[in-house]
Design a protein around this ligand. Structure first.
Ligand SMILES: Nc1nc2c(ncn2[C@@H]2O[C@H](COP(=O)(O)OP(=O)(O)OP(=O)(O)O)[C@@H](O)[C@H]2O)c(=O)[nH]1
Ligand SMILES: [Mg+2]
Length: 685
């Protein structure tokens, strides 16, 4: 039953944005005695959110790591960002945590915001508790039961109330613990006072306690028998069950309190102390064998004075500065510098004990998600599955403001992507743009702020261009002659071309139908080259696709003909011919699947139709109770801020996936505007 655990455990604080995770970190550190003065997020004095990017936005933009000791037991707390745009860090931290505390707001209508997280925890069977925070606020309006019922809709595991609130004029002023059956009155900033269970609560308490025991009895036959015989089970047995069921992720205990006033926080600490699994149990859950040093890299960053740091959770053995390691990606490395992390501070240590979290220096080719360990018995096969990085949803095209910063920018972006696997860089060949992809506008703005602060690179960021194409709708027969006479010998080429449209996706085809040597062999590749060159920019200003050109006839001059002249002749023919071929703009259409809670399904459909999308249908989201996915074809030109709109319709939880599907003809005003803008962009300055 808990107590005297020699190794360090890791708890991740997760939950929707602004529910109070960083405040809870502060409170956990304060109540444990690690912080002597309590800071606050709002006045930028908290230990968490210490980076300039987090401070200036008053929000979590990366995982905050801090260690502490509570009643002589070591803990590392991973305070994770709540914003949907920074979930990569949250997921990676969860992969190494022994237990997660899901911090939520008490309003039932906000429960849906925790849905994606609860899904992730359920999928990966990560033991978790719920902490309903901010119960100091507007007390009369808060119903713990309603909050729990709303959250239960999104959890596969039963959520079990561990305490019931004591109220004074509606305001929550304390709680009755359902296992110890003791009542406490909150004292802001201090340990709660033990009090008598208020008479009015006795019935509510015993009903809730019965509910708790019945859930535990689902996995404990002895307890079931006791309950059937109306016997009160021994407390120790109840604590044992709670501990075992939490470790097996069979149920989710629910606590409440107010992190800002340290209310309910000692209660949470004690639950963690007695019930959270230890690192060896977590390692076994992840399938990591205990043989020598084994550690998972769950975060990477580059420190100004330390070089690359790999933040690791050590599952077994002892990691030291200088330890040689193999990695599950096939690389190897040697720890060069070992550090403890406390918020923004890193400090040198000589060794890291099992269960601990620290930063190992200069493991250059070992990315986040890798298992590392001493070589003996190390095989890639024992690396646990790591979730794939979050797919890109939002892009900006970047250009360095200062000339000559291109190479520096590429290097810096590669680093940022290494530190954050949900960022990626694309060099788009169609538009010649350098694009930064991420999870949303704030995510990218924070990345650009880091680019400025750490690499001193200023960039201009714009909405990316769309890779329009064009094609022809009719065929024609055309002659192209290129003739120049300027001094010496001239230039002469003459071609007859048959131009014809091809089905979508055919590309450009060239056929040589010359017979009888009317054009000598050596000039034919030049004609073909002329066709491809012309196709790079058609009459509307975009690359031309899906057409065929047959070279049917022509003539040449013994002295004046040349490859260059034939290439130009082909260009002349196509330029003249294309005008008769009914050119038309093609725009890229994406297949998009937007997934939202079912009450927002019709709003999501409207959002997609409003973006010239064609709704293909909708289905219940596989494995997600109460969610739908709407499929549609949407022009890429309308996609830029779709994620922003979907989130604003769904309290942040709506999302989508996408892939290129096809090119579609676009006409009328939409096309005219595109062509006009293109002409302006191509016009000489
Ligand atoms: N009334 C009340 N407000 C609280 C409590 N805990 C946190 N807050 C406030 O909620 C706001 C957000 O707190 P944070 O601790 O930054 O929330 P967070 O969950 O870390 O936010 P992100 O990391 O950005 O998702 C701050 O203004 C806090 O003062 C609480 O117990 N009661
Ligand atoms: Mg935070």
């Amino acid at each position: 039953m808990g107590g005297n655990i020699a190794t360090s455990r890791a708890v991740a604080l997760v939950g929707p944005y602004t529910t109070g995770k960083t405040t809870l970190l502060e409170s956990l550190l304060f109540t444990a005695g690690t912080l002597h003065r309590r800071g606050a997020v709002a006045d930028q004095s908290s230990l968490g959110d210490g980076s300039p990017e987090a401070r200036s936005r008053l929000m979590g933009v990366e995982v905050n790591i801090a260690s502490t000791t509570f009643l002589d037991e070591a803990w590392t707390i991973l305070d994770c960002p709540g914003s949907v745009e920074f979930q990569q860090d949250t997921r990676d931290a969860l992969m190494v945590a022994d237990v997660a505390v899901v911090v939520v707001d008490p309003e039932p209508e906000r429960a849906v915001m925790a849905a994606p997280l609860l899904k992730f925890l359920n999928t990966h069977a990560i033991p978790h508790m719920i902490f309903i925070n901010k119960v100091d606020r507007d007390g009369t309006g808060i119903s713990i039961r309603a909050c729990l019922e709303a959250l239960q809709l999104y959890s596969d595991r039963p959520l079990i109330l561990r305490e019931v609130p004591i109220r004074d004029s509606g305001q929550i002023t304390g709680y009755v613990d359902l296992v110890s059956e003791r009542a406490y009155h909150y004292k802001a900033g201090q340990a709660s006072d033990l009090i008598e269970i208020p008479a009015t609560l006795i019935e509510r308490e015993s009903e809730a306690r019965q509910g708790l025991l019945e859930h535990l009895a689902d996995y404990d036959d002895q307890l079931l028998e006791d309950l059937l015989n109306d016997l009160s089970p021994p407390k120790d047995a109840v604590y044992q069950d709670l501990k075992r069921d939490l470790a097996a992720d069979l149920l989710v205990p629910v606590f409440f309190g107010a992190a800002e006033k340290d209310e309910g926080v000692r209660r949470l600490w004690k639950a963690l102390r007695h019930e959270a699994p230890t690192h060896d149990i977590t390692a076994a859950r992840l399938g990591i064998a205990d043989s020598g040093v084994r550690a998972s890299v769950f975060k990477s960053w580059h420190g100004r004075h330390t070089g690359k740091l790999s933040v690791v959770r050590l599952w077994s053995g002892e990691m030291k500065d200088g330890t040689s390691l193999k990695a599950s990606n096939g690389e190897s490395g040697k720890v060069s510098g070992l550090y403890a992390i406390q918020g923004q501070e890193v400090s040198k240590i000589t060794s890291l004990p099992a269960g601990g979290i620290g930063a190992a220096g200069r493991l250059e080719d070992i990315p986040t998600g890798t298992l590392i360990g001493t070589p003996v018995g190390f095989g890639a096969s024992n690396a646990p599955d790591w979730p794939t990085p979050l797919p890109p949803l939002f892009a900006l095209a970047l250009r360095p403001t200062r000339q000559g910063d291109d190479v520096k920018l590429t290097t810096a972006l590669a680093r940022l992507c290494e530190e954050d696997p949900s960022l990626s860089v694309e060099h788009n060949a169609d538009t010649s743009e350098l694009r930064l992809w991420g999870q949303g506008d704030i995510h990218l703005q924070v990345s650009l702020a880091r680019l400025e602060r750490l690499f001193h690179i200023d960039v201009q960021a714009e909405q990316p261009l769309v890779a329009y194409k064009e094609t022809i709708r009719k065929g024609t027969v055309v002659q192209g002659r290129f003739k120049r006479q300027s001094g010496g010998h001239g230039q002469f080429g003459d071609v007859h071309l048959t131009i014809a449209p091809l089905p979508r996706g055919s590309g450009v085809r060239f056929e040589d139908q010359i017979t009888g040597g009317v054009i000598p062999r050596q000039y034919i590749p030049a004609v073909e080259a002329g066709v491809y060159e012309w196709a790079q920019r058609g009459p509307l200003g975009f690359p031309v696709v899906d057409f065929a050109v047959a070279l049917t006839d022509g003539s040449y001059h013994v002295v004046d003909s040349s490859e260059a002249a034939f290439k130009s002749a082909a260009g002349v023919a196509l330029r003249d011919g294309a005008a008769q071929c009914d050119p038309v703009l093609l725009e890229p259409i994406l297949w998009v699947e937007a997934c939202v809670p079912a009450d927002a399904t019709s709003k999501a459909q409207r959002a997609l139709s409003g973006r010239r999308g064609q709704i293909l249908g909708f289905l219940p989201r596989d494995g997600w109770h109460g969610w739908d996915c709407v499929q549609a074809h949407v022009p890429q030109a309308e996609m830029h801020d779709l994620i922003t709109e979907l989130r604003s319709l769904t309290m942040g939880v709506g999302t989508f996936s996408w892939r290129f599907d096809h090119l579609r003809e676009v006409t009328g005003k939409t096309a005219d505007k595109v062509v006009e803008l293109r002409a302006k962009a191509l016009a000489p300055a």
